[in-house]
Design a protein around this ligand. Sequence first.
Ligand code: ADP
Length: 520
Amino acid sequence: MSLVGEATKIAEELEYSPEQVRRGVKEFLRLTDDGLQNDGRDMTMIPTYVTSVPNGTEKGVYLAVDLGGTNFRVCSVVLNGDTTFTLTQSKVAIPKALMVSDSHSLFSFLAKQVADFVGIHHSDHFSEDPEHHLHLGFTFSFPVDQRAINKGYLIRWTKGFDIPDAIGKDVCALLQKEIDALGLPVKVAALVNDTVGTLMARSYTSPGKTGTLLGAIFGTGTNGAYVEKLDRITKMTSASANDVGEYDTSTGEMVVNTEWGSFDNALNVLPDSLYDRMLDQNSVNPGIQMFEKRVSGMFLGEILRNAILSMKEDTRLFATSTIAEDSVLNTPWSIDTSLLSYIEADLTEDYSVTKEQLQKDLGISASTISNDEAQAVKILVHAIGKRSARLSAVPIAAIVIATGKLSPPAETPTDGLNLKDLSFMEQGIEILRRAIGGRSPAAPPDDAPPPNIQDEEPIDIGVDGSVVEFYPGFEKYVREALRDVPELGEKGEKRIRMGVAKDGSGVGAALIALVAKMQY
Ligand code: ADP
């Protein structure tokens, strides 16, 4: 078989069919329910204690800090109250020695960065009066057991950090203690997960005032947080729920961090090709984060590497090129997913972009790559990227369905009336109708379509991450798969409005600090 024929065969193996999308959505809905009742084995469905999303009118000055992997970022956000904001930030690399020290050393270093920043940009806030203190949102990208909007106990360190005495401690309290020791006018108001930050940032900046439903990240990893009804989070609200901190119940909602990267670790419905199995076996955590391993930037390059290696073994792919033992192609985890984006974007007839990129990223001399070889790689790339996008539609569709956003509300409350008032009014109209022996003048004719003002309202989704932002056609393929879900179809898909929400850990964290401030 020709190289192109072989690559096409692999691409067919990687196809994620409409039927698979439907089964994926069904399984996602099952595991979502499970996670809302108990801490689901696959998806943890973590309540975030964030009980409302912004509508763009929020105002004020807030601080945000972000302790991710290598850097510590401090920023202040001025929310102008008209969906716009201004952000000032500083960034510093975390000294390696502090990553493996003790909690006082690390957190006093962080507090010192906050002190420097506030000293330069917000010296006007130095005041004895707590009313003037700055509220801070703390984005902390390590596993925590969150018990309140500003309280979370560190479960374990990841990403090269190892500070044993911090484990089991409330990281907000650790930071607050060091901030207080420096006499800073700053209150650590909220502990923030980056997906929740994405959701909040999008909700503040997106046009229309319906509020954003979902924040989703497709970057190094993938995860999503969405607005859920409190009474569906039974592990938190049922009489038998324990270890639940205080939260505001007035909105009847709470943002839930799904941790969907580990959707279907059991592989009940996820596709499992030879290339996925090769990746999982060589990973540091086999059998874990199985959805993420098929979708996000950290893994797509490695899937491609496996597919190329496998083709190379079975066919004459790159047989006339020199590929060193220690080349990128022979080194696990060394292909960056940006390579896939460049190749996908190649529209040249002679595959010159693909060849150049293979030379640049994989060190294979472009002049030794034939058109067939380049086309074969391009076919593999397209299949891997498209599958990632179609898989990404699964959680989006499931959450839109689960939250009832597709169906019209049973009743539409108007100003000053609650649902009880409306049902009382309806009873009144019915009594009146009977009394006058027919239809009340306001009632629609029987064949008129039911009023449905939510029908055309957009369902807003904020996304972030290099894969969704830069992979050519990613959103288009997500949308195609959304249309394959019967509950959505073309009509539902069209109602979904997707937009990039940049800076979840800046403006998003500031907005969560604002929500937290309102709760105190
Ligand atoms: P993070 O998720 O770590 O905050 P990003 O959203 O930038 O950061 O995601 C980084 C991931 O995206 C990496 O795995 C990288 O390989 C991948 N990536 C970087 N550039 C691109 C691109 N142009 N197209 C697709 N993926 C990319």
